[in-house]
Structures are given as C-alpha cells and as structure tokens.
Design a protein around this ligand. Structure first.
Ligand code: UDP
Length: 334
C-alpha cells in the first residue's frame, strides 16, 4: 500500500525535524515546508523538502496539489514567550496570519486533517497542578494567546467546514534524537537545558538560575520535561486516531512529573561528570512556579507511552547532540 503523505510546516526546526524522522517510523512520507528563517538545512534528515513561506498562499496551494498530503502538521511558529511580550505584532501577525493562509489553502485543496503544535501556555498561571486538559484557558502572554486563538479558530472551522484538528499542548520539549546527529539549535537560545550544557561545556560563563524564592521545595521553578522523540511520536498516534474516529481532539503532552531548575542542574552534573557553573539570579517575568501536565489522556486515548522522557535520558541525548553540534565534524559537514 502506498504510504500516506504528511505536510510538515517548520520541518527544519527543532520539533518539526524530529517529527519528520518519526513520520517515516510511523509509516508516513513527510514533506517538509520551511522558509529556513529559524530552521536549518542540516536538520532536514527525512522526506522531501520544499522551501517556501507560509505567507505565500500560492506556494502552499502548489505544495498541497503536488504532494496531496492526507494531513498537515503545523510546527512553523515563533516560539519565544519573552519576545512575544515585547513584539506582540510578530506573534499575532505571523502565528495567526500564516496559519489562516494555511487553513484556507487546505480547505481549497480539501486536506481535512490538521495537527496543531499548541502549548501549555494556553492555560496561563495554573489554578490546579497537574494541569488537566479542561483547565481554564487564560494565556498570560501573546505567544500563548496566539495559540489559544488558533485552537478556537480551528474549533469553528471544524463546525463550519469539517476541518478536523488535534491540538497538542506541549510542556517542555527537550532532549535530542538518539543518533546524536539531530537536536536543538535556537538562535538566540533561551531554553534551560541547552544553556546548562553550554555552561558545562565552557561555551558560556555560567547558567543563571532565574529565581530561588518560588514556593517549591528547593525554591526554583518546576517544569515537566518531555523528550522530543516521545513528543514527535504522539503526533502520528494522534493523526491515526483522528483519521479513525473522524473527530477533533486535544491532549496535553507532558510526562506528569516535574523537575526543578536545581534538579536539572544536578542531573546534568551526574550525566556529564562535569561541574555546572551556576549563578543565582532574579525571577524571570511571567514564569509560573510549577507547570506539570495531567498526562493520562494521551496515554489512555492514544496508547502513547513516553519511552525516553526520564530526565537522565533527556540530558544524555541532549549532551550527545551538544558535543556533536559543537565539534569540528559538524562544522566540516555543514
Ligand atoms: N531558566 C533558568 N535560567 C535560564 C533559562 C531558564 O533558570 O537561563 C528556568 C526558567 O525560569 C524556567 C525553566 O528554567 O523555570 C525552564 O525554562 P525554559 O525557558 O527552558 O522553558 P519554559 O518553561 O519557559 O517554556
């Protein structure tokens, strides 16, 4: 039987590139659509690549006509919470405008399944932790708000046009492909784990812990870290489920277990065998003390089992990738 094709926007980015790899393992053919503004050519390690911009509706129609995907997985997005506060226009204009373009091209070409990279940021400051999927949605920054608006647009599009979608609300995506040849490379990097590894490797002076006076056992913020390969795998389980049931749905993607910033640093020392230079600083604006997913729904409904999301495996794979990314072997190859 001919494999079904999935269009992966942002497939040259961190999570999108891991999803493209996972597509092949899950029996789909990935076609990557990316303008390479934040993604990397070297991250495209699976499927076909079409360089294009989501603002270009004609290019979207062309790619849908040419490859006739059964579904679109939409990873292309600005992702920085802090930046969204200082430059909300970028988030509302691109994250929403581009997605609307994509939906309109999909409806025209009758591609009726959509998987949205959503975020725990749709919940805002949680009133209940672990956070269940039916927790009130109260995003506190334009990034989370743009994703929540997309969820609502998609709900209306399902009712009106029958466009089915699954919202996957990511907690903290982390780790790297087991090959050690694919991983996270944001510029600028703002995420904890790659920054801790930079500090361990001597590429930065230290890691600053943002706040030590939170109401948590060790005073630092707690997050639910989920391995990017486990995260990628759910996308295909969710797509298969949606195609089987013909219904839209939504899931938290986390493990249900939280680790503090200090615990991440301690585990990094164990995994690398090196000392992390640490500076204790002030809180970062807008960081809730504890973000942990109620994670049973994806496991129960989709049969998903996180396999690589122990903190140890997350850090070991991220470290393997970090060493390769900063090696001469990488720079000679790319
Ligand atoms: N963090 C930190 N120092 C840094 C970067 C992050 O202490 O240089 C903390 C941050 O305050 C949060 C956690 O690490 O509590 C995870 O932050 P990250 O930016 O990786 O992900 P977020 O939870 O914001 O999506």
């Amino acid at each position: 039987m001919k494999k079904k094709t999935v269009l992966i926007t942002g497939g040259a980015g961190y999570i999108g590139s891991h999803a493209a790899k996972e597509a092949e393992r899950s029996g789909f053919t990935p076609v990557i659509f990316d303008n390479l503004s934040a993604g990397h050519k070297w991250a495209i390690q699976s499927g076909k690549f079409v360089k294009g911009d989501l603002a270009d509706r004609a290019a979207l129609v062309r790619v849908l006509r040419r490859y006739r995907p059964v579904a679109v997985m939409h990873f292309a997005s600005h992702i920085s919470v802090g930046e969204s506060v200082v430059d909300p226009q970028k988030y509302y204009k691109d994250n929403l405008g581009n997605a609307l373009n994509l939906f309109s091209a999909m409806l025209q070409e009758k591609v009726m399944y959509f998987v949205l990279s959503s975020t725990a940021a749709v919940y805002g400051d949680p009133i209940q932790v672990p956070i269940p999927e039916d927790h009130p949605k109260n995003p506190v920054n334009p990034y989370g708000d743009s994703k929540y608006i997309l969820e609502r647009i998609l709900t209306s599009y399902d009712q009106a046009y029958g466009l089915k979608s699954t919202f996957l609300r990511y907690f903290n995506a982390s780790g790297a492909d087991a090959s050690g040849k694919l991983g996270e490379a944001h510029a600028p990097e703002t995420h904890l784990i790659p920054l801790v590894l930079d500090a361990v490797a001597g590429l930065r002076k230290e890691i600053t812990v943002f706040g030590t006076d939170y109401p948590t056992p060790d005073g630092t913020c707690i997050r639910d870290y989920i391995h990017v390969t486990d995260l990628a795998a759910v996308h295909f389980l969710a797509l298969k489920h949606m195609m089987k049931t013909g219904k839209s749905d939504f899931f938290n993607l986390g493990t249900g277990k939280g680790y503090s910033v200090k615990e991440v640093i301690d585990e990094t020392e164990r995994v690398t065998g090196l000392k992390v230079p640490v500076k204790y600083g002030l809180r970062r604006a807008g960081d809730p003390p504890r973000l942990v997913a109620e994670s049973k729904k994806a496991q129960k409904v989709l049969g998903w089992k996180p396999k690589q999301s122990s903190l140890k495996t997350i850090l070991a794979t991220a470290w393997k990738w970090h060493q390769y990314f900063h090696s001469s072997a990488f720079s000679q190859k790319h």
